[in-house]
Write a protein that binds this ligand. Structure first.
Ligand SMILES: NC(=O)c1ccc[n+]([C@@H]2O[C@H](COP(=O)([O-])OP(=O)(O)OC[C@H]3O[C@@H](n4cnc5c(N)ncnc54)[C@H](O)[C@@H]3O)[C@@H](O)[C@H]2O)c1
Ligand SMILES: [Zn+2]
Length: 353
């Protein structure tokens, strides 16, 4: 088992990475809160595969366990589902010494984490991520929240878990497209901070444990320096400004998040080249690596559809975007760019028709 400690304003918590860790959730929960009750939050797909082993491990350690199973997918990240989780907390008789276990992908993690952050003004929780994206990204860093009808992740809290338990075995049941989507975020970390990771991925010399471990380490380092997203953490948005716009322009149905980010990263390199920041060979390396994972590197969505989606995030940004650029693989920087200028640059590099 590998371990990465993440520091946060309220103390340190471990991310445990290994194969078969689901059977140790009980033991980990035992050290995470003093009470004897646990509420497992999961979705239908994950429940079918992993609810029983998770529950058994808790029961064996003497927990009284209840569970709540939500519908899978982003559509569930709503106030209504959150309310149903509060009801489940109440029905499970959770008190402030008990805890919640988020067993699933990022949707379950964000929802259950936010329920834990707010129920009784905060109860303990464990993140047990079961998608690659959640293991390398969503479950690490303490952001929790839900969507509102007018935007994603509009309400939330910074609320770190007591521990993150990443069982690599659970990734075996992921659909290939879901796995590839997580790889887009792993490749992102390589691009931003770690040439060695990037070139190991190119040579296909990293095993799954190492890849998750290194990604978590890189995210943990950034989060430790900028937990509340005031500066450096914005680097993690590499490929996301355009990726988000693309997801929105296609109503979240054409691309997975990771696919949109893949296209967004390549587009950000093109913009960096225009600005004389990004070295030329970076793009060919990135495109090759993304293609290895079956990730798209360009889109046929017309610019006219993309630009309004970019602008609709204006409220969050004010008039300037902290745009993430690469100088070379492993070397990144934030550059404030006025939205109008970004739209112009995008027009110059976007090839969709
Ligand atoms: N809090 C953060 O810092 C942060 C960071 C990145 C993303 N997120 C959030 O994470 C969410 C996306 O997470 P996601 O990609 O994990 O999506 P998800 O939770 O919707 O999971 C994707 C699908 O995979 C299924 N699944 C999960 N684990 C499985 C397994 N082991 N085997 C088979 N199927 C499995 C799920 O049922 C679901 O259908 C978004 O809501 C996003 O906003 C949060
Ligand atoms: Zn992302």
């Amino acid at each position: 088992m590998k371990r990465v400690n993440v520091s946060s304003a309220v103390g340190e918590y471990p991310v445990l990475i290994g194969s078969g860790l689901l059977s140790r959730v009980g033991e980990i929960a035992r050290t995470a809160w003093p009470g004897r009750r646990a509420l497992i939050v999961t979705d239908q797909n994950v429940a079918r595969l992993y609810l029983d082993p998770c529950r058994t491990s808790l029961v064996e350690l003497g927990f009284e366990v209840e569970s709540v199973i939500i519908n899978p997918g982003e559509e569930s990240k709503t106030l209504d589902t959150l309310y149903s989780l509060y009801n489940a907390c109440h029905a499970a008789h959770l008190s402030r010494i008990d805890g919640v276990i988020a067993l699933g992908g990022g949707v379950v993690g964000d929802l259950a984490g936010f329920a834990a952050a707010t129920y009784l003004r905060g109860v303990a929780h464990l993140q047990v991520p079961t998608t690659l994206l959640a293991q390398v990204d969503a479950a690490v860093g303490g952001k929790t929240g839900i969507d509102l009808p007018f935007g994603k992740n509009m309400v939330g809290a910074f609320y770190p878990p007591k521990a993150v338990v990443a069982d690599l075995k659970t990734l075996q049941t992921l659909e290939p497209r879901r796995f590839a989507e997580g790889m887009a975020e792993v490749i992102k970390y390589g691009c931003l901070f770690d040439e060695a990771l990037f070139s190991a991925l190119e040579r296909e010399e990293v095993d799954l444990a190492e890849l998750v471990y290194r990604s978590v380490q890189l995210k943990a380092e950034v989060v430790a320096r900028d937990e509340r997203d005031k500066g450096e953490r914005n680097l993690l948005n590499f490929g996301h400004t355009i990726g988000h716009a693309l997801e929105q322009a296609t109503k979240f149905s054409r691309y997975t998040h990771g696919e949109a980010v893949a296209i967004g990263m390549v587009t950000a390199l093109k913009i960096g080249e225009r600005l004389d920041v990004t070295e030329r060979e970076v793009r060919s390396r990135l495109v090759r690596l993304l293609e290895k994972w079956g990730l798209p590197t360009e889109s046929e969505i017309p610019l006219e559809k993309l630009v309004p989606a970019l602008a609709s995030d204006k409220k969050r940004w004010g008039s300037e975007v902290q745009f993430v650029l690469l100088q070379k693989i492993g070397q990144s920087l934030l550059k404030p760019i006025a939205i109008g200028k970004l739209e112009q640059l995008l027009g110059e590099v976007w090839s969709g028709e």
